[in-house]
Design a binder for this molecule. Sequence first.
Ligand SMILES: [Zn+2]
Length: 172
Amino acid sequence: MCRNPDQCAAQAQSLANAMQQWAPVGQAELMKWRAAYKAYEGDVVMKHHGYVRCEDREFTPAEIMEAMMNGKVIERFQRRWQRGVVYKTGRPPVEVNLLISYELPIAEGEQAERRNHRQSRSRKRTGSSGRYVHISVVFPPGSMNWTITTVYRPTDKEWRWNNDYTSRQCWC
Ligand SMILES: [Zn+2]
């Protein structure tokens, strides 16, 4: 749970203000990537770490791609690599980091029913499948070759998010 409500509320407000500007930039990048992907001019790979977390958390590769093609950018950061190689310019390269949020539709079948049942306590809205996924991707600015670094269920730490898991409320 949140241990610093005042601090987190202030930080959430500051992030929301910044993302009013930057999330649409990220969304435009995602739209461009989707077009490139469909034209075989772009691709996405998953780091081993991301793949393992994907396995752990019960998202299939098809569901990850569904989220990539239909999800919404909720956070965008552009920063210098912390441990990036410094080239002759003396400046380290820059990477863009997007956080994509998607709610998987209510699935058919017995296995899906079990999943939904197990997650039913996380449901906050009527008609929701309760199966939310967040995907973190990185890429050099302008590149259509992206890397998924993390896939997780925001419902696992739901106090950190608003009702539809599109806005970060807490860092605790
Ligand atoms: Zn907090």
